[in-house]
Design a protein around this ligand. Sequence first.
Ligand SMILES: Nc1nc(=O)c2c([nH]1)NC[C@@H]1CN(c3ccc(C(=O)N[C@@H](CCC(=O)O)C(=O)O)cc3)C=[N+]21
Length: 292
Amino acid sequence: METKTAKILDGKALAAKIQKELAATIAEVQPKIGRPPGLAVLMVGDNPASAAYVSNKEKACAKVGIASFGKHFPTHTNQTELEEVIAELNQDQRVDGILVQLPLPNHLDAISLLHKIAPDKDADGLHPVNLGRLVRTEAGLRSCTPAGVMRLLEEYKIPLVGKKAVVVGRSILVGKPMALMLLDADATVTIAHSRTQNLKTITQNADILVAAAGIPRLITADMVKPGAVVVDVGINRVTDSSGKSRLVGDIDFAPTANVAEYITPVPGGIGPMTVAMLLQNTVSSYLRTNSN
Ligand SMILES: Nc1nc(=O)c2c([nH]1)NC[C@@H]1CN(c3ccc(C(=O)N[C@@H](CCC(=O)O)C(=O)O)cc3)C=[N+]21
């Protein structure tokens, strides 16, 4: 009996390479510009997962030479206070990127806050102007997670033209921009979601399958076409049978790896790529504002 095992799309390694390149770029241009790039991460409340992500982002910034202007607000902070902070950061010449860590506490309106970020400092690519630029295929800041997926597929020279791509999930953060980016790359794109009927019959057609539903092990091996490229955007913390907490994606990894040709791991796949794209967005804003 022979089982083939999928090749790993190593997001962690590629993210490290991108960060090295960004560090070299920053080291080269900073003396001319006279300041490092700056990223402000705003976090509200004390969601432990968010705190861990924010601390990862700040460490990554420090590593490549991006200054962090992180601000941590208590849970009860109101909308107006946050809008004022964003208005100040929009004007702050030291700050090239602004990110509001999601989710926010329920009393806050995330969408209206995202609208207040200057589009050219929108490191997350979630402002309506940047989403509109994506729809129109214009240059702009792109959402980090789907941009990270595209960059990883490019690194491994995965052909996309004319291929059937299925995105499972339709969030503003991932699913919708992911579908648009795959479409721009000339894939034939299907978006499936929580109301999709017969999900399996759709995923089984996918040459490229992107799981971004946030449901642990939603995609099982029987749902995947042999030879497919499988990308796992899910980051789900689950408690395993021995009571230990661990990170799993939306894909049932080990069995699926026996069917797919390429697969991204969790951890070590799209998570680190998301952080790398955030840094890249910050650096491109920095280079653009200082290029004339
Ligand atoms: N405005 C906003 N922008 C975001 O991009 C955003 C957000 N809010 N809210 C939460 C999600 C989640 N997210 C992750 C980024 C990196 C890893 C990551 O690096 N994960 C590592 C492992 C981390 C671990 O072990 O906990 C990995 O997958 O290898 C995970 C999750 C960004 N998000």
